[in-house]
Design a protein around this ligand. Structure first.
Ligand SMILES: Nc1ncnc2c1ncn2[C@@H]1O[C@H](COP(=O)(O)OP(=O)(O)O)[C@@H](O)[C@H]1O
Ligand SMILES: [Mg+2]
Length: 296
């Protein structure tokens, strides 16, 4: 059964995109069939993944109709103007990078209509919130894991990703502003689910039936660690804050250090050959997800 995991945090620069890329590559190395989805209108994940595609060299060479933007654009038009139209998409949008697949998002779609612009046209209704899930459902049989790179902002597209996902993972840097942000993020995910699926009104029943269970937090991990004097106190404070908020979760013992080779490899869509931090993290994340799957 395919599991959908989003990688999120409202703070930028904590390593969401880097993590998505690394987990995709390592999960695939562990023989899992992986698909990534780039929900960031900035398209950085797509931009580095096309570098690993056999023929596409840059994002602007992807035909408009082979991007996630196209799927949203046409689906929004259908819902607004032609609700009875039976709109089907093929898998031409799914591309290969290294040993896994990805769905690109483009900054160049129709000369600059990014996912953020498309999201403005969406309405807070189930037809719009189901666009992404409806499309992904057609591909799910081909994959074991779908990893979603979430942008550091909230709109109906990211909210629909929360609703359709089974799990999520939060990278953070270790300082008090960032760790407070993590707690806020977890609450937002919970509140989003509750808003649509958790009330006992008519629509909630429908939403819950459609989207299933609330996404479960796989855990939090520290990224961009460098020798810092306040490490122990910052870590302790964070754990205490989580307890105060009654958030029970794993903080992964594997942390990812700040290594220039990780940044350099990411820039070209690769994982670091000399630094194994992300490989260890990927192993632990995968093990944990598998355990969560068998737990009641
Ligand atoms: N462990 C790491 N070591 C070195 N550089 C990193 C590491 N993790 C992320 N980076 C770099 O930090 C920057 C932000 O990472 P990115 O994955 O784009 O964050 P986000 O998607 O959360 O905005 C990028 O330049 C990336 O290469
Ligand atoms: Mg990013």
């Amino acid at each position: 059964m395919c599991k959908i995991i989003f990688i999120g945090n409202y703070k930028g620069g904590v390593g969401k995109t880097t993590t998505t890329l690394n987990l995709a590559k390592y999960f695939a190395d562990f023989d899992e069939r992986v698909l990534t989805i780039d929900l960031d209108p900035q398209s950085s994940l797509s931009e580095i993944q096309v570098l690993r595609h056999s023929t596409l060299e840059s994002l602007d060479r992807i035909p408009d109709c082979e991007t996630l933007n196209y799927i949203f654009d046409l689906s929004i038009k259908r819902i607004k103007r032609y609700p009875s139209l039976n709109l089907k998409f093929t898998d031409t949008v799914v591309k290969k990078a290294n040993n896994y697949s990805f769905i690109p998002t483009s900054l160049f779609y129709r000369k600059g209509i990014g996912l953020d612009v498309l999201a403005i046209d969406m309405e807070d209704r189930i037809e719009y919130l189901s666009i992404l899930k409806d499309y992904i459902d057609t591909l799910k049989n081909d994959f074991d894991y779908i990893l979603i790179d979430c942008p550091p902002s909230s709109n109906l597209i990211t909210q629909s990703a929360f609703l359709m996902s089974d799990y999520y993972l939060i990278p953070t840097v270790l300082d008090s502003i960032s760790t407070n942000g993590v707690i806020h993020y977890i609450k937002t995910v919970k509140e989003t689910y509750k808003k649509y699926c958790g009330n006992s009104n008519d629509d909630s029943i429908l939403f819950k039936h459609y989207f299933g269970k609330e996404p479960e937090l796989i855990g939090i991990f520290y990224n961009l660690i460098r020798k810092q004097v306040n490490y122990d106190s910052a870590d302790k404070e964070f754990r205490e804050a989580l307890l105060r908020e009654n958030i029970e979760t794993t903080i992964f013992e594997t942390e990812v250090n700040n290594f220039i080779d990780i940044a350099r490899s990411t820039e070209v869509g690769e994982v670091s050959k000399v630094r194994k931090d992300f490989e260890d993290l990927a192993k632990n994340v995968l093990n944990r997800v598998k355990k969560m799957q068998v737990a009641p």
